[in-house]
Write a protein that binds this ligand. Structure first.
Ligand SMILES: [Cu+2]
Length: 149
């Protein structure tokens, strides 16, 4: 039983190591570091999509997302998914703060960049550019990797 558990741990570590090398791209803008930028592949009929990433604030000042633009969508904004009375709902997150020394993780079920009025298909294995602007750090162009996850 113990041996089986050990084997599971070893194989899980290998999977994580592999994933790490593929999505290791990190972006720096001002005192912020952005990593794990990805979007979930969706069927061609989809009208909307979502982008996820991790934004880490290495500085001493609070920062805030002030704008998002991408050729992949007519409109892009930060949403937060929340459970309300047992139902998953999304709402527009107006002032998303990234506190000093902290990280904002955008992941399925929580914060995400909502892509509305998609201009193309979110096909597995492709990528597209997305520019994110911060109140203090300025703006940076990211490459969003589309994948099934
Ligand atoms: Cu949303």
């Amino acid at each position: 039983m113990k041996k089986f558990f050990m084997l599971t741990v070893v194989s899980l570590t290998l999977v994580l190591a592999t994933a790490g090398t593929v999505f290791a791209t990190e972006y720096k803008v001002g005192e912020l570091t952005i990593s794990d930028v990805w979007s979930r592949a969706s069927p061609s009929v989809a009208k909307a999509g979502a982008v996820y990433m991790t934004i880490t604030n290495n500085g001493a000042m609070m920062d805030m997302i002030s704008g998002i633009k991408t050729s992949m969508a007519g409109k892009a904004m930060v949403h937060e998914s929340k459970m309300v009375d047992g139902v998953m709902k999304m709402e527009h997150a107006m002032h998303v703060m990234i506190k000093p020394g902290e990280a904002l993780t955008m992941e399925p079920g929580g914060f995400h960049v909502m892509l509305m009025k998609l201009t193309g298909e979110l096909t597995d294995g492709t990528s597209f550019p997305l520019t994110i602007e911060f109140k203090n750090a300025g703006s940076v162009e990211l490459t969003v990797n589309v994948k099934k996850k």
